[in-house]
Design a protein around this ligand. Structure first.
Ligand code: BGC
Length: 688
């Protein structure tokens, strides 16, 4: 019977938890409320009551509370790029674009704006952020996450959670190892313990410990032989027991709950009771102990009270798509754009030196803000790149808009007659998306024939060819890259993207984004992406760690991005040359803006582990800081590294361990541009 999975030890732990915390007022209040609930009322709180009707985002997903006791219902909305329910919500740039800003403070403000909008419309859980590690750029949902690196994912995920939770509950997802669309409901991922802990779970742990996430969404896929929605190791042993998570877990939608879910730590089945339909009977028959239900309900009530969900909303609907939120969306779009190429200082274009400008490609005037999946947001308007350009240039420049991807002789003549050509192209929801709500995973990493030819033809017709590239992840470039003069990656930039793009093109803003992922030269530089087998194996290496190990040179490395100004980074010094568990070490560099316009640089710190007794990545990002500088300005920038973050997961001890090693510390401005180095000796091998 089902009781088999629930150890007596765990039941004892449940009892101990409720006793030890019953001292606090909050826990006393939780106990009091839960003790007044009938079994029916308790079980009813463990499943949603909102069927999926037609398109996403028409109604807040409901999970009942207990009205007579003043315990509010949960009201949920997606998601990672804004509030999905209803229309006229601020559509922020997708998470990948925001990751490229390398600016957690900005991400916190984005999260805050999303949370505020949801609270204003009566919601209280935002189904975001998505913090799955992007193992391979073919994943259809790349756009929803923060890239390929654990440290960047952690910093951005924590920032989003903290921002969102100023108003509502955040729901980091999808726990865990979720990075394939086509087989997402069935695939079992085998992953060894060390890779699981260090590469796939570390950022979830950060979201819980540092972010204070009140809820987590389990993933559809299975990990090491058990679906995530009933994975006793992931849910009970690691999340709830080891990490001490005192919030609740909800399932991913429809196919996310399973036979053993309630017993193994899933607290809410969404969006309706399916596997949990028989839960009441199971409790009555003794197959599921009532303590399991009590624990789930206590977790929910605790978070409802802690987050003030029983209180009236502190904000009204006027905050939704307000000027303030639109400004944040525009700031995020500008900060997330990555300047990948700028030969002969093609950009910024000086509008006063322009008479005619050609703007080419069907995406120039398209509202291309991301896929049509669960993260869809429907703003009341979208500023397209063309609109942004028109608005910036006014009547002073003649704009030839060629709304096509296949150019004829007449179009080429028009392009030739212009002072510059801006080619807007890239991916759309037809190329990459969530699961069944579009094409799913990508079939190729390049742009395909039509879009490649568009770039080559347009670039062949004008000596100043600027590509504005849209998409949710890495796009391989190949032959067209040498033919263009400038390349600006803008991702899916949200509803204010057009203004941000124009600001960047004409120099009102200076690009400061850095790649949150590697852009490889081709698939052969990446681990295999298998979205047809139902059993796949993940190991320790992907992204820059994989290319570094293999000695491959990518097209553009992780952390790369140019600016309209130049920076020098020098004089690396350190607060300590030796340190141990629990310490933090501050590395300081001087950053100078040696160019002639204001700009921002992202200083990056990577660590290497020569002589490690376990296999490590060649380099790992362990710190970064973004600094804004006026021309000529010089500033000291601190990068604080907690020594514990250098630990690896020691499988033999089932614990994190530091190695008594001389660690190499490299500092610079991308994962392949690290001119400064020093060492840090970690004293004593110590389990943490
Ligand atoms: C997605 C989740 C989303 C949920 C609700 C699922 O299919 O995987 O990310 O939050 O639907 O829309």
């Amino acid at each position: 019977m089902k009781l088999r999975q629930l150890s007596l030890a765990w039941l004892a732990l449940l009892a101990a938890c409720s006793t030890s915390s019953s001292g606090s007022d909050l826990e006393a209040r939780v106990d009091e409320l839960v003790s007044q609930m009938t079994l029916e009322e308790k079980v009813a709180q463990m499943a949603g009551t909102t069927p999926i009707q037609g398109p996403y985002g028409t109604e807040l997903w409901n999970v009942p509370g207990v009205e007579r006791l003043g315990v509010p219902a949960f009201k949920m909305s997606d998601g990672p790029r804004g509030v999905g329910v209803g229309e006229g919500r601020t559509a922020f740039p997708v998470a990948m674009a925001r990751a490229a800003s390398w600016d957690p403070e900005l991400e916190q403000r984005v999260g805050e704006a999303m949370g505020r909008e949801l609270r204003a419309i009566g919601g209280n859980i935002l189904l975001a952020p998505a913090i799955n590690n992007l193992r391979h750029p073919s994943w259809g949902r790349s756009q929803e996450t923060y890239g390929e690196d654990v440290h960047l994912l952690s910093r951005m995920g924590v920032a989003a959670v903290q921002g969102i939770q100023r108003y509502v509950i955040a729901n980091p997802k999808h726990y865990a190892v979720n990075s394939i669309e086509k087989t997402r409901f069935q695939v079992d991922v085998t992953v060894d313990e060390r890779s699981l802990r260090e590469i796939y779970l570390a950022h979830f742990r950060a979201a819980v410990h540092e972010g204070g996430a009140a809820s987590i969404m389990s993933a559809y896929n299975s990990v090491n032989g058990q679906f995530c929605g009933e994975n006793v190791t992931l849910l009970r042993r690691i999340l709830k027991e080891e990490w001490g998570f005192d919030g609740f877990v909800l399932s991913d939608w429809i196919f996310g709950a399973h036979e053993d879910s309630a017993m193994n730590g899933l607290d809410i089945e969404m969006p309706l009771a399916n596997k949990f339909k028989g839960l009441l009977d199971q409790v009555l028959s003794g197959a599921v102990p009532e303590e399991v239900v009590d624990d789930a309900v206590r977790r929910m009530v605790r978070k409802k009270l802690q987050h003030g969900l029983d209180q009236p909303s502190p904000v009204d609907e006027s905050v939704v798509e307000s000027d303030e939120h639109l400004a944040v969306a525009q700031e995020a779009a500008a900060e997330g754009a990555v300047l990948l190429k700028n030969a002969n200082r093609t950009l910024p274009v000086d509008p006063t030196a322009l008479a005619r400008l050609a703007v080419v490609g069907v995406l120039a005037d398209e509202a291309n803000i991301g896929d049509g999946g669960s993260s869809s947001v429907r703003p009341s308007f979208v500023v397209t790149p063309l609109q942004g350009i028109q608005d910036a240039l006014g009547d002073s420049v003649a704009i030839d808009h060629i709304d096509k991807n296949i150019l004829d002789a007449q179009d080429l003549a028009t392009i030739e007659a212009a002072d510059a050509v801006i080619i807007v192209t890239g991916l759309t929801a037809e190329d990459e998306s969530e699961g069944l709500l579009g094409p799913g995973d990508r079939e190729e990493l390049g742009l395909g024939q039509e879009r490649t030819k568009l770039i080559l033809d347009a670039a062949g017709a004008n000596e100043r060819a600027i590509v504005v590239l849209e998409g949710g992840g890495a796009i391989t470039m190949g032959d067209w890259l040498p033919e263009v003069d400038a390349l600006l990656m803008v991702w899916y930039p949200g509803q204010m993207g057009g203004y941000a793009i124009a600001d960047l093109l004409f120099g009102a803003a200076n690009p400061s984004g850095k790649l949150p992922l590697t852009i490889p030269t081709g698939l052969d530089q990446l681990p295999a992406f298998d979205n047809t087998s139902l059993e796949v194996t993940y190991d320790y290496f992907h992204g820059y760690r994989y290319l570094d190990r293999n000695g491959d040179d990518p097209e553009f490395e992780f952390g790369y991005g140019l600016s309209y100004t130049r920076f020098s980074v020098d004089n690396l010094r350190t607060s300590d040359t030796e340190a141990g568990a629990g310490d933090s070490v501050t590395f300081t560099v001087d950053v100078t803006n040696t160019g002639d316009v204001a700009g921002a640089e992202v200083v990056q710190l990577y660590v290497a582990y020569p002589g490690s007794t376990v296999e490590r990545a060649e380099l790992e990002l362990k710190g970064f800081a973004k600094v804004e500088l006026e021309p000529g300005e010089r500033r000291a920038v601190d990068l604080v590294v907690p020594v514990d973050s250098l630990a690896y997961y020691d499988v033999s001890q089932s614990a994190w361990a530091l190695e008594g090693l001389e660690h190499l510390v490299h500092v610079g401005v991308s994962s392949r541009d690290l001119p400064l180095s020093t060492t840090l000796t970690v004293v004593g091998k110590s389990p943490l």
